[in-house]
Ligand binder design. Sequence first.
Ligand code: UD1
Ligand code: MG
Length: 468
Amino acid sequence: MSNSIGIVILAAGKGTRMKIDTPKALAPALGRPLLDYVVSASLDFAKDCALIAEIGVVIGHRKELLESWWEGHTSKSAMKLAWQKHQHGTADALKACFNDLPQFWNHHYTLVACADTPLLSKAELVSLFNVLKNDSTLVGVAATFETQNPTGYGRIVTQGTGFSIVEEKDATEEQRKIKEVNSGFYILKTSHVKTILSTITNQNKSGEFYLTDLFKPAYAVKPVRFPSETPFLGINTMEQLSNISMILRDQKLKQLFADGVQILNPQSCYIENNVKVGIGTVIYPGVTILGKTEIGSNVIIESGCFIKDSTIHDRAEILANSYLEEAIVHNEATIGPMARLRPGADIGPLAKVGNFVEVKKSKLGKGAKVSHLSYVGDAEIGENTNIGCGFITCNYDGANKHKTKIGKNTFIGSDCQMIAPVEIGDDAFVAAGSTISKSIPDGGFSIARAQQVIKEGAAKRFIKTKKT
Ligand code: UD1
Ligand code: MG
């Protein structure tokens, strides 16, 4: 079918210069694996060009990690994996794809993409494809660009009306001065790949099979020069990963501005790719927001907050230096300053979690307040209940966790401990300084502290006089 394309993403390499053991293709840029960027750009491109697409990801180094990435991927059904057992070069990687997935020979076109180029968008692929599609004499196109620092790239060497790609290691002094380089993205007619791929040898300085050998002056192939190198910037080192992540971060912030989010000092904030933020939300300087976090409208997030995989509803306020992980904060609740919400914290509408309060796996009802210096773990606190300063749920007995349940409209005085499991009813009152180990019914009062003793004039026995 003339409108079908096999998209082969080369991801078998180790990424030696990254120094880490995980495959480079899975290194996260702005919280998203590098591979994901290429997968979505190429699927978007195929959709735009009305192409029937199938993706083949070539895996090799630490393939089990790439297999589990694939297992959990939302586009899993559009992707297949091919295994390159030993990494003998990019042409060998493409061969591995056709060996494992022979149906790829049936696609009219083959797009070859590298996994380490997260800035590439569908736009570049659409332009590249159109050059090939609109010239029936061509069998392949390679995306190229000019760069002031061509080191490491294959050079585009023109010969007569044709061209070839010469790798850095194999280039002459003169060729190394060439500024037009190979991006590593190609679209070919699969028939051309079929004719040439098996003839490629490893007779070069690296002893590798080069995919760039699909491009020779004798073949009807064309370099397509793009005006900017930015979309093609590849990642080979940690420094490049960081630089490109910052470009992606700036793109993300631009999108948030366009969505009506106010970010007071954008350069000091780190907001990952999948984070969603609603209109009118204000983000103060020095905020980090990660993972699958969703933030509603008109929320305030003050400086120094770290928020990961959490949901924050409209008009909530997260005050300075609070740390939230897998937490839910409902409308108009206030968190912090300096609060910690651990996984499973679910803070009701208009509720308050104040300074130096830690909440784990606990639900606070509407309008409930834990305002100061407290630990709330494995607990349920009902609507409008007020918890005083220095409250502790003693939820762990050294082996198991136990629950504390407190009803609605209850008052717990300062410095109380709940020895879980324990239940306190609605409209109850617990006097300050109590250690509660027995349940209290609705409307009950409890005091659990030692009687106070007063001895007149006895203080001097306890006050030490200073030696001068
Ligand atoms: C390649 C190109 C070079 C181009 C550059 C652009 C070749 C021979 N050279 O060089 O012309 O300028 O990309 O960035 O193609 N991979 C495998 N199996 C292998 C080897 C590599 O899957 O056996 C994968 C890597 O994981 C990576 C991609 O292929 O995603 C490119 O490999 P890399 O080693 O980065 O090639 P470059 O040396 O950068
Ligand atoms: Mg590379």
